[in-house]
Design a protein around this ligand. Structure first.
Ligand code: HT9
Ligand code: FE2
Length: 339
């Protein structure tokens, strides 16, 4: 099939102190996040001058993607739109229509299924098309890529580099710990296309297994970070900081933490890991090395082009796990019944 453009669809983030509150209002509209949690998260953004790194990081990925498309002789203009902050996806899709785009692919910057990582992006696509009306282009979302070999290799190399950062004495017995964004247990109950529940956490477990295997590490853990919501609502656990206590009690003296759940060094990574988890490790006297994320690795842009080629050239999907491919639908239709 032929496509006129690619829409690079992401989360969005504030670019100055005055934008923090309105951004957070957009993120949490109707989502039942208590005001105390919002105040706390606003503080994290203000710690960095009210600027999230996410927009800059996404622009870097887009530049790498444009270079890769050009190198392969593929003509596909890239548009950038976000769910929660400017450039808003509604405005971007309107501009695509103005430019005469009739049919476009959509790359959403989450590797995962589940509500926040996939379904909500389908909702964004449907909402943006609705706001543009009849002129709106057809929008075909690319699939989830948690087990794509290029995603796995980029994360594996980042983990290897993190092990190198530790003192040789610590490196030997350092524990490898993967983290991803926690979600409410209720949200994680959601089924995958295989009809089995916990689609999101099973994908995270699978990505961690594949990365650990690529690095050649047998023992590792999968834990969670950045929980939100009211305290009485159960979310995926353990939290990374509690897990560091546990590991310490078991005699572990150094860790390599891989934020495999995040595509690049978002605020959750640079605050919740590089500040909070690092501080916890320091208190416990544990060695701590945080692995990089896949986004800045040149293989990430190459992976996006491979995902595109699955649609434009009928290229066979490259994936390392047995879990079914999912997340690719047209115009924001749900992936599967119940999704
Ligand atoms: C699974 C998942 C991913 C990973 C998949 C993916 O990448 O999509 C992710 C990514 C991100 N989450 C982000 C930011 C925020 N997430 C929030 C809140 C929430 N996230 C949730 C889940 C996820 N979130 C959930 C269930 C909530 C509760 C409210 C709700 O049910 O929607 C809040 C509100 C305050 C708070 O409570 O933390 C903020 C500010 C940013 C941008 C960071 C930056 O600026 O660099 C990114 C990439
Ligand atoms: Fe989030």
């Amino acid at each position: 099939m032929s496509f006129d453009a690619l829409l690079f669809l992401s989360f969005g983030g504030p670019e100055g102190p005055d934008e923090v509150r309105p951004f957070l209002e957009n993120v949490t509209r109707g989502r039942g996040v208590p005001p105390e949690r919002l105040d706390e998260v606003a503080e994290h953004y203000h710690h960095f001058g009210g600027v999230s790194p996410i927009n800059r990081l996404n622009k870097e990925i887009i530049a790498a993607l444009e270079a890769e498309l050009a190198a392969q002789g593929r003509e596909l203009p890239v548009y950038f739109g976000n769910r929660n902050w400017h450039p808003m996806v509604e405005d971007t899709v309107a501009r695509m229509a103005d430019d005469g785009v009739r049919r476009a692919l959509v790359f959403a910057t989450s590797a995962w299924g589940g509500y926040s990582g996939c379904k909500q992006y389908h909702e964004d696509i449907a909402r943006a098309r609705e706001s543009v009306g009849e002129r709106a282009p057809e929008l075909v979302k690319l699939r989830q890529f948690f087990d794509h070999p290029l995603f796995v290799e980029a994360n594996a190399d980042a983990v290897r580099r993190a092990f190198e950062e530790l003192d040789p004495a610590q490196r030997e017995q350092a524990r490898l710990v993967f983290t991803a964004h926690s979600v409410p247990l209720r949200a994680d109950e959601q089924e995958g296309p295989d009809g089995r529940p916990q689609w999101y956490s099973r994908q995270v477990a699978e990505a961690a297994r594949l990365v650990a295997e690529a690095v050649g590490v047998d023992g590792y853990d999968v834990v969670w970070q950045s929980r939100s919501g009211p305290p009485q609502v159960p979310w995926l656990e353990p939290d990374i900081c509690d897990h560091l206590d546990d590991l310490h009690a078991k005699g572990v003296r150094s860790v390599v933490v891989s934020p495999v759940g995040f595509v690049s060094d978002h605020l959750e990574v640079i605050w919740d890991l590089d500040n909070e988890a690092k501080e916890k490790a320091d208190e416990l006297g544990m060695g701590f090395a945080r692995a990089g994320t896949a986004g800045p690795d040149p293989r990430f842009a190459k992976m996006i082009v491979e995902l595109i080629a699955e649609h434009t050239d009928g290229a066979p999907p490259r994936k390392l796990s047995e879990l079914p491919a999912a997340g690719s639908t047209t115009n924001g239709e749900p992936c599967a019944p119940g999704c």
